[in-house]
Design a protein around this ligand. Structure first.
Ligand code: SAM
Length: 238
């Protein structure tokens, strides 16, 4: 999917592409004039485009938008802020799986320096989310919230996020808990930091109403825990 914004519009119904997406068309798609290409307006509809002009300098794509984006996965994903390299992957995955909202929160075992990463700048966050959306053919950016203080977040804002949602806390345990039978129940899923949650945090999250779920005794890397758990929840008709 080629995502675009108002800035990419030439004449009505025409896109002018001239940045790294043009390189992508040349190098990855080996695109040629006349090829069709799926396009989508960020935050809007998708449809079929056709490459009307293609050079080293620009591509002109004519299009019609007639298809709404797919439904979101009814999940608010909470992740303890990981190191930047992992954060980039998680941003892409969260958008690709179609989570409704992403909350990056602080926890005792999150390194302070992680909060200084330029990946957290609005435009950089957005660019990684867009990569995930392009991959999965979606146009709706999930909002991302940064929660720099654990206790006020859990006490003051988590209850609001949990309204009409089942809350799950991913925590390794010797036996795997059954996959949550969510049957379209909206969920909130919390994933811990690389070093895991400390007991106080587990207690606070449980007190806030989160049920512990485990994928068994294997300790998965944060990014793999995210994809394994979202993969379990992703099912046709979500
Ligand atoms: N030593 C840490 C512990 O025992 O909690 C390991 C943390 S793990 C690398 C990072 C996060 O991924 C965990 O806090 C949890 O949220 C999630 N995770 C990893 N493996 C998991 C499993 N088997 N079941 C459920 N969650 C898991």
């Amino acid at each position: 999917l080629l995502l675009f914004s108002a800035a990419d519009l030439g004449a009505p119904g025409q896109l002018q592409i001239s940045d790294e997406r043009l390189q992508h068309l040349h190098n990855v798609h080996r695109a040629a004039v006349g090829d069709s290409i799926r396009v989508g307006e960020i935050g809007g509809h998708m449809g079929e485009g056709r490459i009307a002009e293609l050079s080293a300098a620009r591509a002109i794509i004519t299009f019609q938008l007639d298809c709404p984006p797919p439904a979101k996965l009814p999940v608010i994903l909470l992740v303890a802020l990981p190191r930047p390299k992992m954060l980039r992957r998680i941003l892409r995955s969260a958008a690709e799986f179609g989570v409704e909202q992403l909350v990056l929160f602080n926890s005792y075992r999150v390194e302070k320096s992680f909060w200084q990463t330029p990946v957290l700048n609005d435009s950089t966050l957005r660019s990684y989310l867009l990569q995930g959306l392009e991959q999965s053919r979606d146009t709706m950016l999930p909002p991302v919230t940064l929660e720099r203080r654990f206790k006020p977040f859990v006490e003051d804002r988590l209850p609001g996020l949990l309204q009409n949602r089942r809350g799950l806390l991913a925590h390794p345990a010797p036996t795997a808990a059954a996959a949550p039978d969510h049957a379209n129940t909206p969920l909130l899923l919390a994933i811990g930091p690389e070093g895991g949650f400390i007991p106080y945090e587990v207690e606070m999250l449980q007190k806030a109403g989160l049920e512990t779920v485990s994928l068994g005794p294997r300790i998965l890397r944060v990014e793999n825990a995210v994809t394994a758990l979202l993969g379990r929840l992703l099912s046709p008709g979500c």
